[in-house]
Design a protein around this ligand. Structure first.
Ligand code: DC
Length: 230
């Protein structure tokens, strides 16, 4: 039996659990998961590696427009590899420093235009769940299933703190919370493609939910959008 291609847009603020939930949903539906934040992180990394201050809009824009950075993804065994100029960079893009550079460079028009076009091209090829900030509003406004994830800043900071405390003994819950609130503000208040819920997205507040309950809730939203057939 052939299936209609599935496109699921999953947006929400930092540490709402988008990436791990999207992974779990992708496994359940046997589709791919595209993490678009990784692509912004790759551009942030490229700037840092080339000694460019991420806050220097002109220099970062030149870098992208000159074709000196190329960001791509490929999927191996269902898992995304993020490529910067052909080399996998997934191990280099998860630090706070690169996350903050990504948040800064994601404000610039040339960066957004370049990555949105790439993401749309990737999504044309197969069924996917795509997580980001502007998927339901800009990248795939026509996606049938759109979820806007949220949870209180305290719950998100607690989850993030639990994730990083093993590898970063200097981390404190208070510092994580304040960085998260600042990042939320930066993502929501930027003029280009800010983080916001699409009008036809379903709001899912996972504050009181376990991980498994959140996965089930997303699957129900997808079923409601695409029907039970899958
Ligand atoms: O989801 P993340 O933390 O990996 O994303 C890193 C940064 O990239 C985030 O601060 C905002 C930006 N981003 C964006 O502007 N649009 C997207 N679709 C995904 C991420």
């Amino acid at each position: 039996m052939t299936h209609k291609p599935l496109l699921i847009a999953l947006d929400g603020p930092v540490s709402a659990g988008k990436s791990s939930l999207a992974d779990a949903v992708a496994r359940r539906l046997n589709i791919l998961h595209l993490d678009t934040g990784a692509m912004y992180r790759a551009i942030g990394l490229a700037a840092l590696q080339q000694g460019i201050d991420p806050a220097d809009e002109q220099a970062v824009s030149n870098l992208v427009e000159s074709g000196r950075v190329e960001v791509d993804v490929r999927f191996a065994d269902g898992h995304q590899q993020t490529l910067l100029n052909g080399s996998p960079v997934d191990d280099l893009i998860r630090s706070q420093q690169v996350g903050s550079a990504a948040s800064t460079v994601s404000r610039y028009g040339p960066v957004r235009r370049y990555l949105v076009a790439r993401q749309q091209a990737i999504a044309r090829q197969q069924s996917m769940i795509i997580d980001g900030r502007d998927i339901g509003t800009v990248v795939l406004p026509g996606a049938r299933a759109k979820v806007f994830l949220t949870a209180s800043p305290e719950v998100r900071a607690r989850r993030r703190y639990e994730q990083i405390r093993g590898t970063d003994p200097a981390a404190t819950y208070e510092a994580v919370l304040s960085e998260l609130i600042q990042r939320d503000r930066q993502d929501r208040e930027r003029p280009l493609d800010p983080l916001r819920q699409a009008e036809d997205a379903v709001l899912l507040d996972t504050t009181g939910f376990s991980f498994d309950q959140s996965v089930e809730a997303i699957l129900r939203i997808v079923e409601a959008a695409y029907g039970q057939a899958r």
